[in-house]
Write a protein that binds this ligand. Structure first.
Ligand code: ZN
Length: 80
């Protein structure tokens, strides 16, 4: 019997918001990105683990890790 198991890294952009970057102090677009690893068995994704959320400054490329609550709240505000 064969068992196909794989773990793949995935990134998903939650939103793009504008605010002042802590690093370059410019007001620029900030990309809120969620990344994680997803376990696949055969061709079915089972669950995602090692999730983390980061904010990437479009102006300078600085990456800041943020909490999931902050990322989801900022994404909800960007959609409204
Ligand atoms: Zn910046």
């Amino acid at each position: 019997m064969f068992l196909f198991i794989g773990v793949f890294h995935r990134e998903r952009e939650l939103a793009v918001v504008r605010f002042h970057c802590d690093h370059c102090h410019e007001e620029a677009a900030q990309h809120i990105v969620e990344s994680g690893s997803r376990l696949w068995i055969f061709f079915l994704p089972l669950f995602t683990f090692s999730r983390r959320c980061v904010v990437v400054c479009e102006h300078c490329g600085w990456i800041t890790e943020v909490s999931r609550e902050f990322a989801k709240e900022a994404a909800a505000r960007a959609r409204a």
